[in-house]
Design a protein around this ligand. Structure first.
Ligand code: LLP
Length: 424
């Protein structure tokens, strides 16, 4: 019955028993990423945007295996920090199709980016402030420069991710021509303009997307007339994916069509840089139930993953599909003479915060201690936002490729958490 429902597509494609054996072997909490699905998502983007240059926003999931898979598939890499840039250069051994998008960059990040450019002169640096351009110049940089603009319009799944309207990001679009003319005069190789409207843009926000790309088209025409030809117009990422069973998948063709209408006549390459779209539905987080208790209004289910493992529900009230794999296996087994009823459950982790909650009063098969739960759509901004609050080591990650499983990143130990402090 779950067949064909987008938010749980990946969960149903993987046999529950298979995930149970992974949890047995690698322990929980455990991130699982299906690289074949990542490749499929890349192909879907390529077929909707056949003429665009496609970059992957590394911040969604920086696991080296994911970067290698996408690089091999011909996808470029967009990096938000020196750390992401270092990862990208190890994987690509080239600056071509690698963009570093600097947001209030710490000095060390700029030092590393400029050093990277000396080794890989095809690297593109995207500056979002005039200060950043000055600081690049101070470091002797006169390479490929793209300007991030603030289009003055945002969209996305939550106000905290609507970058296009948040003044932190980019130079106000109306200042872009002056800033780029000045940069060109100073000897930078001006190659593009960039903006990112926000993250998790759904089909019902197509009007905002249309307005955003039309502003980008207009700006590209003014820059071309006043400063000179642009190599590319980068409209960022933000393509949403369904999280709820009832959500419709994003109409990628409609997004592509609206984009073509707005920038198709600009004599420059269209560049897109989605993150979530490549990896979200390729990942699950496995976690084990260790506590079940009746609370006043709900059944409280304690699991071994928490907001330190997957922050999105606590930070954005984000919905993630959850399945009880143990209950599924029981129901599927031929001698299964028991079927569990469902109850309203609040699933919480081990962190000392009352916001450490994955879902509230969600109707799920009755949980029992030892059950294995799968939290779906955890491939994007899952492990990436994990942290060590409460001195909790971060989990392991495994990848599945061509039907085989391998450990991609080992589980941290308590020693990993404490060993960076002064030796006592
Ligand atoms: N390009 C730029 C410049 C960005 O800032 C971002 C995301 C992307 C591309 C990729 O956006 P995507 O295609 O993944 O939506 N932690 C939040 C998402 C924050 C995204 C920030 N920037 C979440 O879990 O929803």
């Amino acid at each position: 019955t779950l067949e064909g429902l987008p938010a749980v597509r990946r969960l149903t494609a993987w046999e529950p028993t298979r995930l149970e054996s992974l949890a047995g072997e690698y322990e929980t909490p455990l991130y699982v990423l299906d690289l074949d699905r990542v490749r499929e998502n890349a192909r879907r983007l390529e077929s909707a945007f056949p003429d665009a240059e496609i970059l992957y926003a590394v911040k969604a999931n920086a696991l080296s295996d994911a970067l290698e898979t996408l690089h091999e598939a011909g996808i470029g890499l967009e990096c938000a920090s020196a750390g992401e840039l270092s990862r990208a250069l190890v994987v690509t051994d080239s600056g071509a199709d690698v963009h570093y998008t600097a947001v209030n960059p710490p000095a060390g990040d700029l030092d590393i980016a400029v050093e990277a450019w000396e080794a890989y002169p095809e690297l593109t640096i995207t500056a979002g402030a005039e200060d950043t351009i000055d600081r690049l110049e101070e470091r002797g940089y006169d390479g490929r420069l793209c300007l991030r603009v603030n289009p003055g319009i945002g969209a996305g799944h939550h106000e905290k991710v609507q970058t296009g309207a948040n003044a932190k990001f980019g130079v106000p679009a109306e200042r872009a021509v002056d800033v780029l003319a000045d940069a060109a005069d100073r000897g930078f190789d001006v190659v593009g303009i960039h903006a990112h409207v926000g993250s998790g843009v759904s089909s019902d926000q197509l009007d905002a997307h249309r307005e955003f790309v039309s502003r980008m088209g207009e700006l590209a025409r003014s820059v071309t007339a006043a400063v000179g030809d642009l190599e590319f117009v980068d409209i960022g990422g933000g393509f949403g994916v369904p999280y709820r069973e009832a959500d419709a998948p994003l109409d990628l063709e409609a997004v592509a069509e609206a984009t073509r209408e707005a920038v198709g006549d600009v004599d420059a390459q269209l560049t897109i840089e989605p993150g979530r779209y490549f990896v979200a539905d390729a990942g699950v987080l496995l976690t084990e139930v260790n506590t079940v208790k009746d609370a006043r209004e709900t059944t409280l289910v304690g699991v071994d993953a928490g907001m330190t493992t997957l922050l999105r529900p606590a930070m954005y009230d984000a919905y993630h599909p959850i399945r009880n794999l143990t209950a599924d296996t029981e129901a599927d087994s031929s001698d299964g003479d028991r079927s569990r009823g469902t109850t309203a459950q609040t699933i919480t982790g081990p962190i000392c915060e009352s916001g450490d909650v994955f879902c509230t009063d969600r109707e799920l098969p009755e949980s029992e201690r030892g059950d294995l739960l799968a939290i779906g759509n955890a491939g994007a901004y899952g492990y990436e936002m994990a942290n060590q609050y409460n001195s909790r080591p971060r989990p392991a990650s495994v990848v599945i490729e061509d039907g085989t499983v391998r450990l991609a990143r080992r589980r941290e130990t308590i020693d990993d958490v404490t060993s960076v402090e002064r030796e006592s």
